[in-house]
Design a binder for this molecule. Structure first.
Ligand code: ADP
Length: 606
């Protein structure tokens, strides 16, 4: 997009340069320029000029041992040395010379007045003209900048251009697009809304996890409506000095109103919009900036044509004053894409690369469950990079599958050397997961098992892929998942009679699930439907804090242990019963290193 930059040098810079020039001029050039011509003559010339009556004013400087005198018109100053000459005063008097009361000026009065008054004023006027012309050019008006350029908003202005993002570039997110389409329609024809007396929301808050396309949607609104788009990040408002952020907000809104109808996009608004909690030592600058934002949003009428879009992934931390009707009164959720959405996003990004005809995007979308739009864009790009590395002209299905694994688990560690025993352990561990999953009715099918180490530290992994879309999980499904997670460790126990550190990630995940079942999903008989935990950052990892007494906490811990133990036992039972298959499959994986779900099922069902 076309980007208009605002000037970088503050006004104070030009004033400093002007002062410096003047100071140099006054101290160095002025004395030299203004020096009146002084001619040194010998005493004889002085005597003869006296006799001819050509001497104007005379000044005797005894200390310097010299005489200064001028001619009759006072234009030239002469200087001569002193001589013992007793009759000099009478002769001078007789010749009509004047004896000066004030010292003879070495500088010409006219020139000196000119240089010390007229020139500085001229320089200042010149610089003033220069600055105002510069400002007019950059800011669209001579009064647009404050003194010193302080607190000037540096919002980037994207003027409409042919390559602007459109709604069609944003795949999935149909609900969000529908919501925003109304705003586009308003920007196209505000009169339709004004006639009936409806006013558009002043602000729309886009909330959702990172990388789901919030920024893209905001740009698409501007692109569809063909209006200017001001973009600024919340953190850009917060400056070191209190009050600067507020003045930036003022400046941004001033610019926006001049360019209305237009869209102002504030990314990561939580940087300035956090709740004002009145704590001692709170952030004054942030609060002032927020106050200014609130005031500005109140200050313009709903129908001025300035629409503010803001994005955040921490909506719960925003100040209630910001989200009340009349300010950001509309909230558009931009969620992680579902299966259909993921496929659409993959297809949008695949348009930019050369892919083979037979690529099955549905399958890739299924494998990339839980990925955000940004991650999917990354997966497609990684696949293209891989194709180039291998010297191919087209991106294939296996490129895309491998790049999902790269995004999930990191690159293959080509030179990681596992001992034979370690490789056996990893094989049993992974087959343990896969076998427990396969023998339970509520598990997702196994897609791939590999024991090639990855840069993330994983020595191997089992990929399970759900066939359809999953919005809810039943109690049985979560229990099956916990059992599957414990299956790796169970297989190691059964085969080697000992345990390794390889299960640390499984343990973490199993515990998390078991705890959530009890504290958040109301899936334990003891606590029924009581919320024992609250989630803080829904969109950023979702860390939870306990909301119960210490006694209850101890009970929860006991219940979690019970639940995991039960699942572990279940996994052990499944594997014991299928011991022959466990050995056979582990041996197969040990030899092949990577096997597909189909190969796995073929051996299992044989
Ligand atoms: P956010 O602002 O939500 O963090 P962005 O809008 O900056 O995310 O998205 C980052 C990148 O992810 C975009 O440049 C785009 O390539 C990709 N992306 C995200 N969501 C989508 C989508 N729905 N359709 C197409 N591309 C998307």
């Amino acid at each position: 997009m076309h980007e208009v930059k605002t000037p970088k040098k503050p006004l104070i810079f030009y004033y400093c340069v002007a002062l410096l020039i003047l100071a140099l001029f006054n101290f160095l050039a002025m004395p030299w320029l203004a020096q009146r011509q002084i001619r040194e003559v010998d005493y004889g010339t002085f005597m003869s000029m006296t006799e001819r009556g050509e001497v104007g004013v005379v000044e005797v400087q005894e200390q310097e041992n010299q005489i200064l005198f001028t001619d009759k018109d006072g234009t030239t100053v002469y200087e001569t040395g002193m001589m013992p000459d007793p009759g000099l005063t009478e002769r001078l008097y007789a010749s009509g010379a004047k004896f000066s009361g004030v010292p003879i000026e070495r500088t010409s009065p006219l020139l000196s007045a000119l240089l010390s008054w007229v020139l500085p004023i001229a320089v200042f006027i010149g610089i003033g003209q220069l600055i105002s012309r510069k400002m007019t050019k950059n800011m669209g008006g001579p009064n647009a900048m404050m003194f010193g350029g302080m607190g000037k908003s540096n919002a980037k202005i994207y003027v409409q251009s042919s390559e602007g993002i459109k709604f069609s570039d944003v795949a999935g997110e149909d609900e969000a697009k529908e919501n925003l389409a109304e705003i586009v329609s308003y920007l196209h024809d505000p009169s339709k809304y004004q006639e009936i007396g409806a006013s558009m929301p002043k602000g729309v808050l886009l909330v959702g996890p990172p990388g789901t396309g919030k920024t893209m949607l905001a740009k698409a609104v501007a692109g569809e409506a063909s209006v200017p788009f001001f973009s600024m990040s919340g953190s850009e408002f917060v400056e070191m000095f209190v009050g600067m952020g507020a003045s930036k907000v003022r400046d941004l809104f001033k610019q926006a109103k001049e360019k209305a109808p237009c869209i102002v996009f504030i990314d990561e608004i939580d940087a300035i919009g956090k709740k004002r909690d009145g704590q001692i030592g709170g952030n004054d600058e942030r609060e002032q900036t927020l106050n200014q934002l609130l005031t500005e949003m109140d200050g313009f009428e709903g129908n001025t044509g300035v629409i503010i879009l803001a994005a955040t992934n921490r909506p719960e931390s925003l100040d209630p004053a910001l989200t009340r009707p009349g300010r950001f009164d509309r909230r558009v959720p931009v969620e992680l894409p579902d299966l259909k959405g993921r496929e659409a996003i993959l297809r949008v990004h695949a348009r930019k690369i050369k892919a083979a005809e037979d690529v099955d995007y549905t399958q890739i979308a299924r494998m990339a469950s839980g990925a955000s739009g940004a991650e999917l864009a990354n997966i497609v790009n990684e696949a293209a990079l891989r194709a180039v590395r291998d010297g191919r002209k087209l991106v294939t299905q296996s490129d895309l599958e491998e790049s999902i694994e790269v995004v999930i688990a990191g690159y293959q560690k080509k030179n990681a050397i596992l001992t034979d025993q370690e490789k056996w352990t990893v094989s049993y561990h992974e087959i343990g997961h896969a076998l427990v999953a396969a023998r339970q009715t509520h598990s997702a099918p196994v897609q791939k098992i590999t024991i090639i180490p990855r840069t993330s530290g994983a020595l191997g992994y089992t990929m399970q892929v759900d066939t359809g879309n999953h919005y809810l999980m039943t109690k049985e499904e979560i229990e099956a998942k916990i059992a599957t997670l414990t299956g790796g460790r169970a297989a190691e126990e059964i085969r080697f009679g000992t345990i390794s550190t390889g299960a640390s990630n499984d343990i973490e995940q199993a515990t998390k699930l078991a705890r959530a079942m009890i504290t958040r999903y109301g899936m334990s008989e003891d606590f029924d439907m009581v919320a024992l935990e609250t989630v803080n950052n829904q969109y950023l990892g979702g860390d939870a804090s306990l909301a119960c007494s210490a006694d209850t906490q101890a009970l929860i811990d006991r219940k979690v242990v019970e639940l995991v133990k039960e699942s572990h036992q279940k996994a052990l039972d499944i594997l014991e019963k299928d011991r022959a298959k466990l050995d056979e499959l582990a041996k197969y994986l040990y030899e092949k290193e990577t096997i597909t779900g189909d190969e796995f099922m073929a051996i299992l069902d044989a």
